[in-house]
Design a protein around this ligand. Sequence first.
Ligand code: G3I
Length: 445
Amino acid sequence: MLPRKRKRIGKFVVWLLVAVMVFGFTGCSQGDDGDVKTPTQGVQPTKPGDSKAQGDDVGQEAGITQGANQDADTTPEPTEPEKEVRTDFYISAIDEEIPSMYEYWKDYFSIGIAITRGELLNDFKGELIIQQFNSMTCGNEMKPDALLDREATKSAGTETCPVLKFDSCDEMLQFCMDNNIKMRGHTLVWHSQTPDWFFMEGYSNKQDAVFASREVMLLRMENYIRLVMEYVNTTYPGVVYAWDVVNEAIAPGDGGEDGMRMSDSFWYQTIGSDFVEKAFEYARKYADPEQKLFYNDFNTYESAKRIAILKLVNKIKEQGNIDGIGMQSHIGMSSPTLLDYEETIRKFGETGLEIQITELDINLDTNTEEDFIKEGTRYKRLFFTFKNLVDTGAANITNVTVWGLTDEGSWLNKDGKRYPLLFNQVLETKPAFWGVLMDDGIPLY
Ligand code: G3I
């Protein structure tokens, strides 16, 4: 059993009162269960094409109802209920009721979390994840180095079909199934975190091992993709909704054809430049029809990289084998500029493919209060941008995933001095969390 939260009164009750005042005027309901799920002082997302800006409605409707049958001299001026602007951002996600990010953004895109098995099985973190996210990515547990079983593969005695094990990710898939969270399958074909022996004749891990032939590697690739998909889709039907079929294949300047990564990619070196197309061909063949197939990469806003990615995905799109582009989005506090970042989403959006922000974090390396607020602003502006792009139909953004739950657990935090995420190590919300929720307490500029 996950622990139950203690619901404290106090500041939250003040919010609740403000919420009752605001929604009392309009007769808006809070939702079926009556729970307050969004910050009362936040800008509420509206569906594309929906012109009802909440703040305006409140003012207008209050004015009409109060002014109708009353003497002009005695009629009090309609007053807006005073909005409380949040100043205390550090709320314990364990002890207090906090709004749910996925509920807040549910009319736009799913909100995802990348997490490791160890973190997920922590009761407090597990409960927080259920409350905040409706999409999950395994941080490492579904990568080839986690699934490939060398001993069993060698024992099976076939050069073309590896043997896999799924103990690394079973509990994570089960957690998603039990809690109605969808999973992004990350990742099938990647130059990194795929053991060298997988590319060698006889699955050798010796220094003098030689590459397997293109034909053998194509069969290994096809069988690997088939086995992962068959297992996941039969054991946990309906859980995985998107696959990162190929990860990080573009690296302009690395010597590969059309800007492809070559120097450290054994996929490129064994199969050749069409390995990405082949991977998508096999993925389409074995994926469930409703599962979406993604090409995923980092620094997608660098112009040469963006151009090469567009060329690649357009080719695969013509073949009918890709549904989306994943923009990892490991970004800094000032780089890339939001203009460059937005421009990339627009360009990718023009392909008609889905866009997912698959690995968002902001590499803040200072921890002053001022910088935490600035980080909140950057998150808020990013989500404002995503909203605007969806509202205007410029890009079909279907998921935004943050790459980790707490600063402490971030892959960036090797030196213990990085603060890239939405929760701190004691599971308090940071200004960044309230930025994602478009809270008025976080400046937009
Ligand atoms: O498995 C060993 C374990 O046996 C050992 O005890 C431990 C000691 O540090 O290391 C473990 O391996 C680490 C592994 O994460 C699992 O924790 C590796 O050293 C470490 O390099 C690896 O880092 C992962 C990184 O990918 C490697 O490529 C990060 O956790 C993971 O968040 C990161 O994720 C990638 C995405 O998949 C693709 N995009 C970039 C993103 C960030 O690098």
